[in-house]
Design a protein around this ligand. Structure first.
Ligand code: NAD
Length: 338
């Protein structure tokens, strides 16, 4: 049966939106509504009752209340990082699927715990990573083999925010990491889809603001990844306060190169001449729409679920490993200074 017909025959999933008043939650509301029935929203923010009334769904201040009163298949979770695990664990304990913002988890241990809870409940936990549904990144993935053996990548992702970070992202307890966890999760996930986990990663953590340094929340991170077995190496730079907003990935291979930026990916032959390009004019909401529809359409798909878990475990493990190495280095330095 064609995908569209099949989609039309399935009942619309019932979705609870958790953290719907925030930046991401609000962005997703119209798109979720296209694909599902929103049966309620949880958010303690003062603006929550008004927003829920405007959208015509019941508002709950606490998740426990929604679990008692609302009947739903899946929850869309867009809350600060420190709330991800407790919210997801509670949803899984009540037999609900989860579609959530990144990060899948903050540490490898937490990722494994979440996977265990999901498997025990036979429910999905899908992480929203829009680059996987962006035609430009899909082109890069599909054409990677055409550049021969990749031996170098370089990935830059910068925001040009003029002001210091505020809100939960400026709190160590709530953010649980700086730009590496927040913005870098997307990049590490893209690389997880292209290359194996890097056995060695050297990092430099840099701070624009003194208060972020004191809270151990990096404003900029530079990573050098090496894969001694294959000869591949690569570097990433991620920051919040650059002079321009930019995202660019370049991969060099023995037979060519790939260049990927927002809206355009180019496959080059060695030395430069472009062989093929993919241009995508967006809007971004199109990629978000297909991502949300895809996850809602695969809630019961155990194979897809397993693939997703393995990919997210790899992404979390890389980031967790970098933070752990950092802490170890700081402890060693403190010991030397003592
Ligand atoms: N994919 C992307 O490009 C992208 C962009 C921005 C944010 N994000 C992610 O989205 C998530 C939220 O970020 P944001 O920028 O929207 O934050 P935000 O502060 O704008 O929104 C968070 C919302 O969650 C609510 N909240 C807090 N604790 C809650 C709880 N226990 N139950 C229910 N609601 C709760 C807050 O009241 C707030 O309305 C984070 O995981 C972040 O990494 C992703």
């Amino acid at each position: 049966m064609p995908e569209d017909e099949w989609k039309n025959e399935r009942p619309r999933p019932r979705v609870l939106v958790v953290g719907f008043v925030g930046h991401q939650g609000k962005e997703y509301l119209p798109i979720v509504r296209e694909n599902a029935d929103i049966v309620g929203g949880v958010d303690p923010a003062p603006a929550a009752p008004t927003l829920a009334a405007e959208w015509g769904f019941p508002h709950y201040e606490l998740l426990g209340e929604a679990l008692e009163k609302a009947d739903f298949d899946a929850a869309l979770v867009t809350v600060p990082h420190s709330e991800h695990f407790p919210v997801c664990a509670k949803l899984l304990a009540h037999g609900r699927h989860v579609i959530k913002e990144k990060p899948f988890a903050v540490t490898e241990q937490e990722a494994r715990h979440l996977m265990h809870l999901a498997q025990r409940a036979d429910r999905s936990v899908y992480t929203l990573l829009q680059r996987n549904f962006n035609p430009v990144f899909q082109f890069a993935q599909e054409n990677l083999a055409r550049i021969g053996d990749a031996y170098w990548f370089s990935y830059d992702y910068h925001f040009n925010l003029a002001d210091p970070t505020t809100g939960w992202r400026a709190s160590r307890e709530q953010a649980m990491g700086g730009v590496l966890l927040d913005m870098g999760y997307h990049l590490i996930d893209v690389l997880s889809g292209m290359f194996p986990e890097p056995p060695r990663v050297h990092s430099a953590f840099v701070h624009h603001y003194q208060e972020m340094r004191e809270r151990r929340l990096e404003d900029l991170v530079s990573l050098m990844c090496s894969y001694p077995a294959t000869g591949l190496a690569g570097s990433l730079r991620i920051s919040r306060h650059n002079y321009e907003k930019i995202e660019h990935l370049c991969v060099l291979g023995t037979k060519g190169a790939l260049s990927v930026g927002p809206g355009v990916a180019v496959l080059h032959s060695t030395g430069g001449p472009p062989l093929e390009r993919c241009v995508w004019k967006g809007p971004k909401s199109d990629a978000v729409r297909s991502m949300i529809a895809h996850h809602l359409g695969h809630l019961e798909d155990r194979y897809y679920r397993q693939d997703h878990f393995q990919r997210q475990l790899a992404t979390v493990r890389v980031i967790d490993g970098i933070y752990r190495d950092r802490l170890r280095e700081q402890d060693e330095l403190a010991e030397q200074c003592a």
